[in-house]
Design a protein around this ligand. Structure first.
Ligand code: MLT
Length: 411
């Protein structure tokens, strides 16, 4: 008899976004007339067409595949050199990153989950609360936790509370951790970390011989020039951090799929017998065994985002979504709710009206305003009492959401 990975049985309910989709579908089926009015500000999925530079490169890449002389089969598992070098030149110039330290993939969700393959058992894992649920769920699946309690907190994880008092930026803990997940700009709260806050984390990681898993998927949304865009801007991070980046939210590649992980050669882990092993070597080995590379036209399209016209088009996309974030922030503020994020990030994090839990508010917004938001408790126990609005939408839809918010929650 085949046995299962019983760690899966510890997972709470379904994954957050399919669960939201299920509830929206049930509402739509029961209320077909209202369904047409639904505006989705839940999952952070882009809505605007791909930048023209990416479209042109995709077409050109496909045309190359149509011709014997330029046809390509399997590419390098770690990604084509042209894309790895473009990433270094345009995203990490002067930070001491080499092209062979960049691993191209098909998404940051997969990367942040798969990275656990290269770590052993028994690590103390620090996770912020609220948090992008993938970090928690993949640790549960890997057997790195015990059972969840009534609030959904898993035994064995070191939770780092993020709240209004600390500006939703986790402080370094008093106790030891081996692996630390940080996400800035933050999903779900939209918070960003200052240079001093990141310096404190790097100092902590070095003192504890820990590794920082730094998710920078929303880096392109940083507006404040004083906020670091990469953990590698912090001295010492080249020895203790791995960074995850994506083309999903800057180039609108959520459906195209392309991302990357940066693992400096100097980042090592213990082999448990007194030796040190470069994590780069392990991830490269893993990639070769489990991944055959992102598709060639997709990597061409990603590289095109770094062309002068590609960069201008990405900036226009970011400006569009950040304009939406500003409107959503203003609308929530106008109805008297506490508002966070949405300044250097596409997510606006909002306190629920008094007396409503985050799922209560989800239902109210869906049933009475036909607006889908994400309930804060879906990101962890500390997210209770908050909701997240995504600014990934058309301007017309966001303006309509603002009107409906006012009508529903304004006095
Ligand atoms: C979100 O809404 O949190 C994101 O879309 C999740 C993701 O990028 O996987």
């Amino acid at each position: 008899m085949a046995t299962i990975n019983s760690n899966f049985l510890k997972l709470k309910a379904g994954y957050l976004f399919p669960e939201i989709a299920r509830r929206v579908r049930a509402y739509s089926d029961a209320n077909p007339a209202a369904a047409a009015r639904i505006i989705r500000c839940g999952i952070g999925d882009v809505t605007e067409p791909l930048p023209a530079a990416a479209i042109a490169a995709l077409h050109a890449g496909v045309d190359e595949l149509a011709c014997r002389d330029t046809f390509k089969g399997y590419g390098p598992e770690q990604g084509y050199e042209f894309l790895r070098q473009a990433i270094v030149d345009h995203q990490f110039a002067g930070l001491g990153i080499a092209a062979d330290e960049v691993f191209i993939s098909d998404g940051s969700k997969c990367d942040t989950g798969n990275i656990l393959d290269i770590f052993g058992k028994g690590n103390v894992i620090a996770i912020t609360d609220p948090v992008y649920p993938v970090y928690v769920d993949t640790n549960v699946m890997a057997g790195n936790t015990g059972e969840a309690d009534a609030k959904g907190a898993y035994a064995g994880l070191l939770y780092l509370p993020c709240n209004a008092a600390n500006g939703f930026v986790a402080e370094v803990p008093g106790e030891h951790a081996d692996l630390i997940y940080l996400c800035f700009p933050n999903n779900p709260t939209g918070a960003v970390a200052t240079r001093a806050q990141l310096e404190a984390w790097v100092t902590y990681a070095r003192a504890n011989d820990a590794i920082i898993l730094f998710d920078a998927a929303y880096e392109a949304y940083i507006q404040d020039p004083a906020i670091p865009r990469s953990i590698f801007e912090i001295e010492g991070a080249l020895e203790c951090a791995i960074e995850f980046r994506s083309f999903s939210k800057n180039g609108g590649f959520t459906g195209v799929r392309c991302a990357y992980v940066v693992i400096p050669q100097a980042v090592t882990g213990s082999d448990g017998m007194g030796g040190r092993v470069p994590l780069h070597q392990l991830w490269s080995r893993r990639h070769c065994t489990k991944f055959n590379g992102a598709s060639y036209p997709v990597q061409k399209a990603a590289a095109a985002l770094f062309s002068p016209e590609g960069k201008a088009q990405v900036t226009a996309l970011i400006d569009h979504y950040m304009g939406n974030a500003k409107l959503l922030r203003e609308a929530c503020t106008a109805v008297g709710l506490p508002v966070f994020g949405g300044v250097n990030a596409p997510y606006v994090w909002v306190g629920c009206p008094a007396g409503l839990s985050s799922w209560d508010l989800f239902d109210k917004m869906l049933h009475d305003a036909q607006v889908v938001i994400t309930p804060g408790s879906g990101f962890g126990a500390a997210g209770e009492g908050y909701f997240r609005i995504s600014s990934f939408n058309s301007r017309a839809n966001v303006e309509e959401v603002c009107r409906r918010l006012q009508a529903l929650l304004g006095c």
